[in-house]
Design a binder for this molecule. Sequence first.
Ligand SMILES: *Cc1c(COP(=O)(O)O)cnc(C)c1O
Length: 468
Amino acid sequence: MMNGDANYPLRDPLSQDDPEVYAIIRREKDRQFRGLEMIASENYTSRAVNDCLSSCLTNKYSEGMVGQRYYGGNEHIDEIETLCKERCLKAFGLDPEKWGVNVQPYSGSPANFAVYTALVEPHGRIMGLDLPDGGHLTHGFYTATKKVSATSIFFESMPYKINLSTELIDYDQLQDNARLFKPRMIIAGVSCYPRHLDYARFRQICDENGSLLMADMSHVSGLVATGLTSNPFEHCDVVTTTTHKTLRGPRSGVIFYRRGQKGVDKTGQPIMYDYEDKINQAVFPGLQGGPHNHQIAGVAVAMRQAADPTFKEYQQQVIKNAQALASGLKEAGYRIVTGGTDNHLVWVNMKSVGLSGGKAEKILEDVSIACNKNTVPGDKSALNPSGIRLGTPALTTRNMKENDIATVVKFIDEAFKIAIDVQTKSGPKLVDFKKVLKEEEFETRVVSLRNQVEAFARKFPIPGLDEL
Ligand SMILES: *Cc1c(COP(=O)(O)O)cnc(C)c1O
């Protein structure tokens, strides 16, 4: 490509500059188009958000806050960040006198770590929903032999759990344990839990123990913005979120914190919230360097989209589709954890049909349906989980409706039937299962089903299909 002008290669489009990387991205785009994306934490962001991500904003250093940067030339970056913050508050109906927002975290995990760094001292105590029960790693996960998440290395964490008979969060047990553990912070947030959270109950438990309440609404922030699930802002001190799940923005993270007056002390003097500086300083210079301004622009675009009435229609359809998925699978004989769903995800317990979560995930992957294996309440081992997690945000972005979900249910059921037949022959070991799956009679069934799935998926366009 070099033609004597040293700058020439810098002006080439990716397809010419680096055909190898270009080809991989094209293959990934085709995978995203021909398959059914049912990973509950994924979505297809808009063309407009993608435009931000590939913009010149990635070139700029802007450490510091708006108006107080450590680099020159930030007048337009300041415009972008200011607009992004205004739109974040607007999307969630927040009064700027009472809530502030930091939009610089690189993603959800760094956002959570910044909050703990700011508000929980080293080895301070936190309580989050246990990972195998539907919580997130960054809520303090550890096992008997390993402190898995850094949030359990630098902070002392005690999990709360799901009640095995109701399959709902055991608030009573959380209350008992919080009285003993006296956590500095309780985290209300889920990665695999299909029901609304009771933030009022969390608040009451926090108030008993002088604990802070943080909501991590990563999975459900699109539903919160549209008023379709319980609202954490009414009860929490801090709310974190990713922006790339139901919210459908770029991969990024955001922290909302209360500001202004908290109340009055015994002498009538005002008590002010003091989270703002601590959180801002924990993000930078505490944990991060230069903000990713291309992401921040993408968040601004996504937050504007989230405030548009059509976004509510989208989220309503996400829920309808999840409910159609849950009831369809139930009719086909599968056990749904908690019996159904209030949100975008469906938690399936595969024990009743004798398939492990690993095999369920594997067979679906072979027929171009993406999901996660997941523990279900009562699982002894996180290594061999008994369930799967399915979600409808991505399929709904492709404009699927309940009748399309009924077709998807048929595909899933057919895939599981193949897996059950394979297992009858192979026995329970995954290595044997994978071997038998390759035998001709099963391979033929898998290929035929995959062709049907892909032909169906290709009827539903994805955003930016014809772009890079
Ligand atoms: C996805 C998720 C995160 C982490 O987000 P990343 O962007 O992957 O770091 C944190 N908390 C919850 C509840 C999540 O679901």
